[in-house]
Design a protein. Structure first.
Length: 490
């Protein structure tokens, strides 16, 4: 289990950091060093991208990357959840930044956490991050700042370029489904590329201040160009050193839908290019140029059961959590959080090594136990129009006779999934186990009735609370020394 693991990981990173500058999570910027804007057209936002390489020497179970400590008017203290990242693996973090004025040499830090950051109400541990050296996938411009990596940003105003066009935008699925993938594909042309800032092309799928970046998490990008420039790149938002001739391009922005959106959202993909000695943005594009993103639909629910649901004198019950997806595309849950009941005496606890996902052993290394709360890290993939099943055993030891409720919820990012499709309520999926000290049927008093098993499941009616009354006299069969013989066979 993961109890104390985050403390161990932090100590390991600090020890390794004393001997090698690379014994950390390396960060490199793969986006423009300038946030381009056009405040007059309300173009104030642009995505920043960072390559994240786990060179810490240890696996990270629940990676979160954030931007913090902004020094000026460029803002967005934001975090993205990236799931597990094994030692030596690479992923990318894209965070939506906003600027409302021209500025220069502003700084911010990129920070890394294992677990939900404290700024979001979690108890995640900040890990050591380090700047990637020049010559890698990004610009190599980061510098060390405590446990974070600091980057410098400018904000510059732009004007429109008539030949810089987005001709087509394809969005799907629309409406997007919570926990699933959504893509925005833009097809257009650059026009002639000039020399300003090194003959650059900088793309972003959104520019408006109200873009719901917390609900639509950008996770990957691809850019394909033909014509004056022929190239195909992934997970970068910034190109430089381009040839001047007009190029046709197709950009695919891939998002995970991590939260709710209640109203339609304008789609405004904008590209900034060198045009002569200036940087200019896509022309003739407004919030109504393309169909909007419709409100997010949630098709995910949880259900829970326990077997057996009645324990005589304690024992073990197997809990089953069914994750259902009524949507049209697969969806991923980040975490399952189960809360066991707290008995007045005795204990109710998880039985190690019993968790299974769709019948396959699920490692206890993905489990954190905090008091009576069990938190399993996924991802848990739920197929479109189908379900996934998670089971585990819970032991009841020396617990008093009572009804014990057990609740479970799930999370996509920080959005709660429970027994209803309404993400605004709080309706955990619940299973109840009844603990009874003994069979309440007394043979000397009730005779043969003590062995009556109406449903044939091997457990007498007296233990299950079965109230079948064959002769209709108001007394359950198991409390009668003789029982009506309807067919007269004795």
């Amino acid at each position: 289990m993961r109890i104390g693991r985050q403390i161990y990981l932090t100590l390991l990173l600090l020890l390794l950091g004393a001997t090698s500058v690379h014994a950390a999570v390396d960060i490199d910027r793969v986006s423009s060093p300038v946030i381009y804007t056009n405040v007059g057209e309300d173009f104030v936002g642009m995505y920043a991208g960072y390559q994240v390489v786990n060179n810490s020497g240890a696996d990270i179970d629940d990676l979160w990357v954030g931007t913090e400590n902004f020094s000026g008017t460029i803002r967005e203290d934001g975090f993205v959840s990236l799931g597990p990242l094994a030692s030596g693996q690479t992923t990318y973090a894209f965070i939506y930044l906003k600027a409302t004025a021209v500025t220069s040499a502003e700084t911010h830090d990129v920070t890394v956490y294992d677990g939900v950051p404290t700024a979001l109400g979690g108890v995640g541990t900040q890990l050591a991050a380090a700047p990637a050296p020049p010559g890698g996938a990004g610009d190599g411009s980061g510098t060390q700042n405590g446990l974070g990596v600091q980057f410098t940003l400018d904000a510059g105003d732009t004007i429109a370029a008539g030949a810089n066009k987005v001709n087509t935008t394809v969005l799907g699925p629309n409406p997007p489904e919570l926990g699933a993938i959504m893509t925005i594909t833009t097809i257009g042309a650059t026009g002639t590329i000039g020399s300003a800032d090194g003959s650059i092309f900088a793309g972003t799928p959104a520019v408006l201040a109200d873009w719901p970046a917390d609900s639509l998490q950008l996770v990957s990008t691809s850019i394909d160009m033909t014509g004056g420039n022929t190239l195909s790149v992934t997970d970068t938002l910034f190109l430089s050193g381009l040839q001047s001739s007009t190029s046709d391009y197709t950009i695919v922005f891939t998002f995970v839908v991590t939260g709710s959106i209640a109203t339609p959202t304008a789609v405004l993909p904008v590209n900034y290019i060198s045009s002569g000695t200036q940087i200019k943005h896509t022309t003739k594009i407004t919030p109504t140029s393309f169909p909007p993103i419709q409100p997010v639909e949630n098709s995910l629910t949880l259900a829970k059961s326990a077997s057996p649901s009645v324990l005589t004198g304690g024992g073990t019950s197997t809990y089953t959590v069914t994750m259902s997806n009524a949507g049209t595309v697969p969806a991923d849950l980040r975490e399952l959080v189960d809360t066991l009941a707290s008995p007045a005496l005795g204990s109710i606890s998880y039985v190690p090594g019993t968790a299974r996902l769709d019948g396959v052993l699920f490692p206890d290394s993905q489990l954190t136990v905090t008091g009576q709360q069990l938190s399993w890290l996924g991802p848990f993939t739920v197929p479109a129009g189908g379900s996934a099943t998670f089971t585990y055993d819970v032991a009841y030891s020396s617990t008093p006779d009572d009804l014990y409720d057990n609740n479970v919820i799930a999370f996509i990012g920080l959005e709660q999934i429970d027994s209803t499709i309404d993400t605004a309520d709080n309706m955990p999926a619940t299973a109840t186990v009844t603990v009874e000290s003994s069979d309440p049927c007394i043979p000397s008093q009730f005779g043969a009735g003590c062995t009556i098993d109406t449903d044939g499941d091997g457990t007498p009616d007296s233990v299950e609370g079965e109230t079948t009354d064959s002769d209709g006299d108001g007394t359950p069969d198991y409390q009668e020394s003789s029982v009506t013989d309807s067919d007269g066979d004795g």
